[in-house]
Design a protein around this ligand. Structure first.
Ligand code: NAD
Length: 540
């Protein structure tokens, strides 16, 4: 194992509020709240020079063959593998997530994405023939070319500080772009590690640069006019970024918050569904965009389902990542915990019942909060409307699948959802009626680890897609190229208009689109027949 990052000379428990003018960013151990290291902040005034460097590097990178870029990605994959212990250790330190979660949802995802795109990108970015159906343009041959945007700014959050940026960086590089990554200021050591791994993989200088800082630095990166911004984070920041990018006409991908619904139908396997609910709500201490935040369970099984969730929640062990048996780590910061408490207070005041948890665990550290099961919830409560982003499982009983679907869709978010039933056809039917970017039948969230599956939402969950071929295509401009196979033949639509030609043009419309075949054939005949006149037209 790689050694722990060095402890800096800070008194225990001290958290320094970061200002943009600071020269360093403090890396904080989420479990203890202690500052454990310092990372140099990127001066805002240095951004234009960094951008110029990225543009210069990108020109050479894009001139390489896609095969050569994919070979570089294979080296990146190997460098990630070589640094695997350091990666999981630093992620767990800064986010507080258990080692197992750092492995499954960060390391494996990053390795698999890199490996997958290194193998698939050349096929997916190959020029694609565009067959023409219309007889008038049959002499042309067309295809799509996929060209890099230039410099892509990746602005990422703290909750999955490794796998989220890697899954944007890798397709961006495969497509021939340079990347400026701004990791979250709450996970600066993970950001620094990404830079180190890029260097270890011998990526050309300037092609992947990591800029350390907070919101003001992110805003400065946008002002420096990258060619595209791929943002993952909160709705509030996403809105600010969308506005800034709109002013400069910079295209964006916005991966924002979620309020994912889980629908448990009357015939569901309750043992499986309750285990999934508990994991889906509490993994990463509930700080996942794909967390199960709302459960709509059929009233006929609601009591049993609630009991199973409470029982399973009671078995979970809280503790820091160094406790290998701990399943629930701390929240990232006390401020995140306060938001959860505020939602619980609002819910309880409106009639919600806390069946398990609901309290801080100061004995474990400043940001530990018990996994919490809440019942009697309804849509007047913030718990059911706003993103909670904490370890809370809110359960509402419903009387039909229709009611569950209506409630699940009654949200400004549209990221993902799940349906639980023994009848897969029913599951698919319910899935097709849910407003979400992805729906799983009999599982939660795990599609995020399927490289072939696109990820993204609608409404307040943002726009655009990550992962899969669709995520790769976000990293390219699509160019249509058309070559005329009969370059010596004048085009019928060029100048040389006449009464005769105007009549033939009308007949040509009949020939192509008249509902009756007899009329189409009639359009061909006679002195003013469509085809002959159109194609033999006098021209200038
Ligand atoms: P955040 O919005 O606070 O910060 C995200 C990033 O934006 C950080 O790097 C931050 O420094 C930067 N930033 C802040 N202000 C900026 C500005 N004005 N201009 C440019 N950059 C700016 O989000 P967070 O707290 O780090 O992450 C949690 C949120 O992310 C949750 O809402 C969660 O649902 C969402 N999230 C979404 C997905 C998804 O795929 N949809 C995945 C993970 C997290």
């Amino acid at each position: 194992m790689t050694a722990q990052p060095q402890s800096a000379e800070f008194p225990a428990g001290v958290q320094t509020v970061q200002r943009e003018a600071d020269e360093v960013i403090h890396s904080i151990d989420a479990s203890s709240g202690r500052v454990v290291a310092e990372v140099r902040a990127t001066p805002v005034e240095g951004v234009p020079e960094i951008m110029a460097r990225a543009h210069a590097a990108q020109r050479e990178w894009a001139a390489r063959s896609i095969e050569s870029r994919c070979a570089a990605l294979r080296k990146l994959r190997d460098a990630i593998y070589e640094h695997r212990d350091e990666i999981t250790q630093v992620i767990s330190l800064e986010t507080g997530k258990p080692h197992v979660e750092a492995v499954f949802s960060e390391l494996i995802l990053a390795l698999d994405t890199t490996d997958f795109l290194a193998r698939r990108a050349s096929e997916w970015l190959r020029p694609e023939r565009v067959p023409h159906h219309n007889i008038a343009v049959k002499a042309k041959t067309g295809w799509l070319q996929f060209e890099p945007h230039g410099v892509i700014a990746v602005i990422s959050p703290w909750n999955y500080p490794f796998s989220i940026p890697i899954s944007e960086i890798v397709p961006a590089l495969a497509a021939g772009n340079a990347v400026l990554l701004k990791p979250s200021e709450l996970t600066p050591q993970v950001g620094a590690l990404i830079e180190k791994i890029g260097a270890a993989a011998n990526l050309p200088g300037g092609i992947l640069q990591v800029l350390q800082g907070g919101g003001a630095l992110g805003a400065a990166i946008i002002e420096a006019k990258p060619d595209k911004v791929c943002f993952t984070g909160s709705v509030a920041t996403g809105r600010r970024i969308a506005e800034a990018c709109a002013r400069l006409l910079i295209p964006t991908v916005l991966e924002l918050g979620g309020k994912d619904a889980m629908i448990v139908l009357g015939d569901a396997d309750l043992d499986m569904a309750s285990s999934a609910a508990v994991w889906g709500a509490f993994t990463n201490c509930g700080q996942a965009c794909l967390s199960v935040e709302r459960i709509y369970v059929d009233a006929s099984i609601a009591e049993q389902f609630r009991r199973m969730c409470v029982e399973k929640t009671g078995k979970l062990r809280l503790g820091p990542p160094r406790d290998a048996d701990a399943e629930i780590g701390p929240m990232i910061r006390p401020s995140q915990m306060e938001k959860v408490e505020e939602q619980l207070r609002d819910g309880v005041a409106k009639g919600a019942r806390i069946l398990a948890g609901g309290r801080r665990r100061a004995d474990l550290g400043p940001s530990f909060f018990e996994p919490t099961v809440v019942a009697n919830v309804n849509h007047s409560m913030k718990l059911m409307r706003e993103e909670t982003f904490g370890p809370v499982l809110a359960i509402a009983a419903v009387h039909s699948a229709d009611e569950a679907i209506a409630l699940a869709n009654d949200s400004e978010f549209g990221l993902s959802a799940s349906v639980w039933t023994r009848d897969s056809e029913l599951g698919k039917a319910v899935a097709s009626r849910l407003r979400a970017g992805s729906v799983m039948v009999n599982d939660v969230a795990s599609y995020y680890g399927v490289c072939e599956a696109p990820h993204g939402g609608s409404g307040a969950s943002g726009w655009g897609r990550a992962h899969s071929r669709l995520g790769l295509l976000e990293m390219v401009r699509v160019k249509y190229v058309d070559v005329d196979r009969m370059p010596r033949t004048p085009k019928s639509w060029w100048y040389g208009y006449s009464e005769n030609f105007a009549a033939a043009a009308d007949r040509f419309v009949d020939f192509l689109f008249a509902p009756r075949w007899s009329r189409r054939m009639a359009a061909l005949g006679g002195p003013r027949g469509a085809l002959g006149t159109v194609f033999r037209k006098h021209r200038i």
